[in-house]
Design a protein around this ligand. Structure first.
Ligand code: EPU
Length: 421
């Protein structure tokens, strides 16, 4: 198993380009299964989650090629309709296959994803939505079985603007008879991106990116070409790295419009932010100030950058208060940051962070994708060499992160960590 060794005392400086968004690419790959035509996706990041989903789709009948960011996908017919536990447990986004399987194959069997390191993470809204569209949904031996001879469009009001439920129901609704309106839909940029791809396949969708999405189902769908949007979370991770190391980083190939809440918080801690059409530059010459931050649905501050901003708060001037409202238990990075000398006190979903003059290197463990990114950032400002175990989490969602940090002057070495038995 690999580990990272991070040398402390870095000042990140230079230019770095971001890759395609994992969370946009995953539902779009799955959506290609709605037609038997060939789709070509560009700017697809080389990530473990992308490989895991490709494997699942190949089991279901897709033929997929991937080279240098370009992916072709064709699903002439479904060979199977079951997403097995072994794959779903490693990647929750596997539940996206429910929508296209139901719409085109009329039947889907998908393992329930179960909880994760930071809470229960239910998918009840996906299932209620499928039922509203006329599917019969049953749960048996840890699996969801959904069936429908013909989905029928209807109004679906989501209790919460869930990204996954919005995407899954948008895909299913393209195969439903009549009109579906998804109300209180998620507005995260990955959802209008999915709507754009579906439209280029021939679907009739209005309102992608707003809280009300209207889908006129039953249009014949064909393969399409699509470029995956830039990863706003990868971009945000490098920008916060610039602010906390008092550096000067220009992130290129990003969409600054998707980063508005992140940029506002970086300005609030005292960083200078310049924005171009597809780049953002963050400069800082003094310690960041403490901040108040609450995660929210888009366009609010993203939960996927909460851990990285907390890493910054550990070395900020004064006290920060960070409230997690999307996943109230998403704090597995807190004990690890405290091992590095941070002072974080957690009460329910509120973390109070007392900024320290510096952190001190230690051995820590990556516990999930974004927590791993936070530990790398913390390692860059700690005194000494921080060893981070279980970095397979980071390979799920960051492409060559150690190389990109090296381009900015930081030192992160990937080393083999022998298993202790
Ligand atoms: N929720 C329900 N019931 C549901 C679905 C969601 O109660 O049926 C709740 C969740 O428990 C959570 C909230 O609604 O409290 C939002 O969850 P959402 O469904 O929006 O999240 P998701 O689709 O499972 C995606 C990203 C996550 C990101 C969240 C929030 C993908 C593959 N995953 O998850 O990304 O944190 O949206 O923006 O797109 C990551 O990349 O590290 C990551 C975890």
């Amino acid at each position: 198993m690999d580990k990272f060794v991070v040398e402390g005392g870095a000042r990140l400086e230079g230019r770095v380009s971001v890759g395609g968004s994992k969370n946009a690419a995953l539902p779009i790959m799955v959506a290609s299964m709605l037609s038997d035509g060939q789709s070509t996706l560009r700017n697809v990041p080389a990530l473990k989650d992308i490989k895991t989903l490709s494997k699942l789709m190949e089991i279901l009948g897709s033929q997929i090629t991937y080279s240098d960011g370009v992916m072709t996908l064709t699903t002439p017919e479904f060979k199977d309709f079951e997403a097995p536990y072994d794959l779903v447990k490693t990647m929750r986004a596997s539940v996206y296959v429910l929508g296209p399987l139901l719409a085109r194959h009329k039947k889907a069997k998908v393992s329930l994803p179960g909880g994760c390191a930071w809470g229960p993470r239910p998918i009840d809204l996906h299932l209620k939505g499928f039922e509203a569209l006329g599917a019969q949904v049953t749960l048996d031996a840890g699996y969801i079985l959904a069936e429908a001879d013909q989905l029928v469009g209807t109004d679906i009001h989501l209790d919460l603007p869930s990204v996954g439920a919005t995407g899954n129901l948008m895909m299913a609704a393209t195969g439903a008879k009549g009109t579906t309106r998804i109300l209180n839909a998620a507005q995260e940029p990955e959802m209008p991106a999915l709507a754009d791809y579906l439209i280029s396949m021939g679907a009739s969708i209005e309102g992608g990116g707003t809280s009300e999405i209207v889908i006129e189902g039953g249009k014949p769908l064909h393969g399409a070409e699509h470029r995956v949007i830039p990863d706003r979370i990868e971009a945000g991770t490098f920008l916060v790295g610039a602010a906390m190391t008092q550096g000067d980083v220009t992130v290129t190939g990003c969409d600054p419009d998707h980063l508005r809440a992140t940029i506002a918080k970086l300005q609030a801690v005292g960083a200078q932010v310049d924005v171009g059409e597809d780049w953002v530059r963050v400069r800082s010459t003094s310690k960041p100030k403490g901040l108040r931050l609450t995660t929210e649905y888009y366009p609010g501050f993203p939960t996927d950058l909460q851990a990285q901003f907390m890493a910054m708060a550990t070395v900020s001037e004064g006290v920060s208060v960070i409230t997690e409202e999307i996943y109230r238990d998403r704090f597995s990075h807190v004990p690890e940051l405290n091992r590095l000398g941070a002072d974080i006190k957690l009460t329910e979903n509120i973390a109070v962070v007392e900024g320290q003059p510096h952190l001190s290197a230690a051995h820590v463990m990556a516990t999930d994708l974004r927590a791993s990114a936070a530990l790398i950032l913390a390692g860059l400002v700690a005194k000494g060499e921080t060893h981070i175990s279980r970095v397979y989490h980071i390979d799920r969602g960051y492409e060559r992160i150690e190389k990109k940090i090296a381009e900015l002057g930081g030192v992160v070495r990937r080393e083999d960590e022998p298993l202790v038995t």
